[in-house]
Design a protein around this ligand. Structure first.
Ligand code: WQD
Length: 338
């Protein structure tokens, strides 16, 4: 029986595939490769020495998904597939609702049709909205989300809760990610955004390899120790390990379980810049500019519930995150296009 990984070619998906394979799971990957390079999966196979089926398929393609379930014995699903750029989502909201929400509904329909009712969903701390104080805990109300990307995550959480309420055979885990950064220690897989990076770390690494002139620090007047935004950065391999632990829950109980995947520590933009300079051994040019619309001062997790119930805790610190991000980018200046 295999774990179906939708979006398995992406940054978090590919790192999770490595951890699944190295923990003895069989996997099947579905990805439409609209936002990632298939080479990432070739490197997953190289790193693990294991082979697995890859279906170039969009989760909105009902027939394509049915073919996967016809051909493979799927026991559970880890669902990463979706568009994830906050800014872009405000420009093309219909694409985001179609890809993320309709795609997930499609996936759940096909799962039910084949009697597969176990799913781990890649959610986001963004569902807590802006009026919850950090450290964020799972019992806090959700909502107050100000962009279509975040609203798709919130809607999908509600859809999955309604599915579980309608059919008590479903086992559902919602994992709320904070800020995933870093890369596999080999430097063979990593974050490979298309175009100009929206997120902090890929922008920093592209400056460090000379692809970008300097980092724009969005805002120096936040209510934080150094005035720059504070976030809960978590190593992508720690995040991947959280998914392995979540699979155990699917096999132990039905209903919906929700967990924060964060470190519980907040670091500012300038903290990350300094840690990165130490890791790379070079100064990182930056300029403090105006705030980015929609950003908040501080966002970090209380990760205790995942520790108590999953036995999961992030092990890697920002030094590892920066060193691993730097190794990936310096070994692959053009990402998978090298
Ligand atoms: C982090 C900090 C910026 C870029 C978003 C989504 C979240 C998840 C992760 C997908 C902030 C600052 C950034 C730059 C900067 N997305 N920054 N210069 O906004 O916390 O979260 O990405 O799963 O759902 O909301 O992450 O990396 O964009 O920003 O100064 O060029 O870095 O202001 O303080 P964010 P981020």
């Amino acid at each position: 029986m295999a774990v179906l990984v939708t979006g398995g070619g992406g940054f978090i998906g590919s790192h999770t595939c490595v951890e699944l394979l190295q923990n003895g799971f069989d996997i099947v990957v579905v990805d439409n490769f609209s936002n990632c390079n298939p080479k990432s999966l070739e490197r997953v196979k190289e790193l693990t020495g294991k082979d697995f089926p890859v279906y170039p398929c969009d989760i909105r393609d009902l027939d394509g998904l049915c073919k996967v379930f016809d051909n493979e014995k799927i026991d559970s699903v880890i669902h990463f597939a979706g568009l994830k750029a906050v800014g872009e989502s405000t420009q093309i909201p219909m694409e985001y609702y179609d890809n993320n929400v309709v795609g997930t509904l499609n996936l759940c329909r096909v799962m039910a049709k084949y009697g597969c009712k176990k799913i781990v969903f890649s959610s986001s701390a963004t569902v807590y909205g802006y009026d919850n104080p950090s450290p964020l805990v799972e019992t806090m109300k959700t909502g107050g989300v100000t962009n279509p990307y975040g609203r798709t995550k919130l809607m999908i959480e509600e859809i999955l809760k309604d599915i579980a309420a309608s059919d008590d055979e479903w086992s559902i885990v919602l994992l709320r990610y904070f800020n995933p950064i870093g890369a596999h220690e080999s430097g063979r897989i990593g974050e490979n955004p298309n175009g100009i990076p929206n997120n902090l770390m890929p922008y920093i690494t592209q400056v460090a390899v000379g692809k970008r002139e300097f980092l724009s620090v969005f805002g120096g007047d936040y209510d934080t120790p150094d005035g720059t935004g504070v976030r809960d950065y978590i190593h992508v391999v720690d995040l991947a390990d959280g998914h392995i632990k979540a699979l155990d829950v699917l096999n132990k109980k039905t209903g919906v379980a929700i967990y924060n995947l964060g470190t519980g520590n907040g670091y500012s933009v300038l903290d990350i810049v300094k840690a990165f300079e130490k890791a790379s051994g070079n100064p990182l040019p930056y300029k403090i500019v105006d705030r980015r619309p929609g950003d908040i001062d501080v966002c970090y997790s209380n990760p205790e519930k995942a520790f108590k119930e999953l036995g999961w805790k992030a092990k890697r610190g920002i030094e590892d995150m920066c060193a691993d991000s730097w190794r990936w980018q310096s070994m692959n200046p053009n990402g998978y296009d090298d």
